[in-house]
Design a protein around this ligand. Structure first.
Ligand code: EPZ
Length: 420
């Protein structure tokens, strides 16, 4: 079984290039279903989740050419066919529920497996279905499937009880062709929402206000072929390397980032004693100073990202003093606490609150990735632990990070992957 091995104690130095964002590129690939023409996406990262979507589109009779070297992804969904039965690939990745909206737009109906939960939570889709209903789409759940049919597609006003990223994306894509105007109130504001709207508008959709709490979509009758499109950089990958500088007391440069999308992480790290300064498109991260305990409450953007919670916990587990981390977005996103505990961290959980008491050092041992970001946190802990850390179940990490060990090795870390 593949493992990532990390030997602690090395300082980091040099530069790291940040890849295009997993959570931007996945909905954008799905959105190509809306437009039966050749579409080129650039700098698409080689990620497990991207491979799943590419294989799904191929299975649905689409033409897909991917060049992992250049990152160019050519998609033509002109000959798309409907999803049949219990599609294994749909079940493999939760984000594939995003195909519901575009498939409805193409065929007027769609039946796909109910996305299961995952380690971090039950991951319901009630807000997606509430949006569909408002747009004139009937849906029902039964026998492990969600079946939806367009009754009479029309624009409408939809209020989301929670600013769900996936529900915002699914509703936005479904309403592109809905006659009239759709308004999504309390919409998710993540940069990836803004990027999906940017992509849809590049094809002739009429979407305003994406990235803010209210999104307005004016229905159009068709879309046009877009220019080649490059999605935004991965703010969570960038944040992971910013924390790496802090946990190893190093100074590194991170390339290809935008300060605004990183603001919540920059501010929290500043509070903790890690300083980030932009120099053009490069960010200099100085983690060499004294670290201070901080309190974190994960919130929808522009609050502190839940996808950075595990990485910050690794840093705070060796930061003298008590830090309080409250996870408000997912109901079960503390599985990495047990794994950090195996390395000597002193963390107590009370419901959605974790109290982290900094210890002098961590010690390397066998641990596992319990979800994508928890896996990244184990690498960060391994960078600073005494001895060797062996991380198992790294398929979680490969879902969202491209060649993460190569990027860390380039910065001077002693890290490699074993295949036995
Ligand atoms: C997206 O997941 C991201 N995934 C997640 O990244 C990220 O953690 C999450 O947004 C929050 O930022 C992708 O973009 C592929 P949500 P998503 O719908 O869309 C509840 C990573 O590590 N909810 O905003 O599934 C839900 O239970 C992954 O890259 C409902 O109640 O997130 C959760 O508590 C992990 N009903 C909260 O909203 C619904 O219909 C946030 O979920 C939908 C969601």
């Amino acid at each position: 079984m593949e493992k990532i091995i990390v030997r602690g104690g090395r300082k980091l130095q040099g530069e790291v290039d940040i890849s295009v964002a997993k959570n931007a590129v996945l909905p954008i690939i799905v959105a190509t279903i809306l437009n039966p023409t050749e579409i080129i996406l650039r700098k698409v990262p080689m990620l497990e989740d991207v491979t799943v979507l590419i294989n799904l589109l191929r299975e649905l009779n689409c033409e897909v050419k991917f060049s992992p070297i250049t990152g160019d992804l050519k998609i033509n969904t002109s000959n798309l066919k409907e999803i049949e039965g219990n599609n294994e690939l749909i079940r493999k990745m939760r984000a594939s529920f995003l195909v519901m909206g575009p498939m409805l737009a193409r065929f007027g109906r769609c039946k796909i497996s109910m996305p299961g939960g995952c380690n971090i939570g039950s991951r319901p889709v009630d807000l997606h279905l509430k949006g569909f209903k408002a747009l004139g789409i009937d849906s029902e759940i039964g026998y492990g499937y969600v079946e939806a049919k367009i009754k009479n597609l029309h624009g409408n006003r939809i209020y989301l009880d929670f600013p769900s990223v996936g529900a915002t994306e699914n509703i936005m894509m479904t309403s592109v062709f809905a006659p009239g105007v759709t308004i999504i109130e309390n919409a998710a504001e993540e940069p990836e929402i803004w990027d999906l709207a940017r992509f849809l508008n590049s094809m002739g959709a009429k979407i305003e206000g994406a990235g803010y709490g209210r999104i307005t979509i004016h229905g159009v009758s068709e879309l046009k072929q877009p220019e080649p499109f490059t999605p935004i950089f991965d703010r969570i990958e960038a944040g992971t390397f910013m924390v790496a500088a802090g946990i190893t007391n190093s100074k590194i440069t991170i390339n290809g980032v935008n300060e605004e999308h990183l603001m919540p992480t920059i501010e929290k790290l500043k509070e903790c004693g890690v300083y980030c300064k932009m120099d053009g498109e490069k960010m200099i991260v100085d983690g060499t100073g004294e670290k201070r305990p901080v309190d974190i409450k994960t919130m929808p953007y522009p609050g502190f990202p839940t996808d950075m919670q595990a990485q910050m916990m690794a840093l705070l587990s060796i930061t003298k003093g008590a830090s309080v981390i409250t996870e408000t977005v997912f109901e079960n996103r503390f599985m990495h606490v047990g794994e950090l505990g195996r390395m000597g961290a002193n963390i107590k959980i009370d419901g959605r609150v974790a109290i982290v008491e900094g210890v002098n050092n961590l010690t390397g041992c066998q641990v596992k990735a319990t979800d994508l970001r928890a896996g990244a946190a184990m690498i960060l802990a391994g960078l600073v632990a005494n001895g060797q850390t062996e991380i198992g179940e790294i398929y979680h990490i490969d879902r969202g990070y491209t060649n993460i060990e190569d990027k860390f090795r380039k910065l001077g870390a002693e890290i490699y992957r074993t295949y036995r």
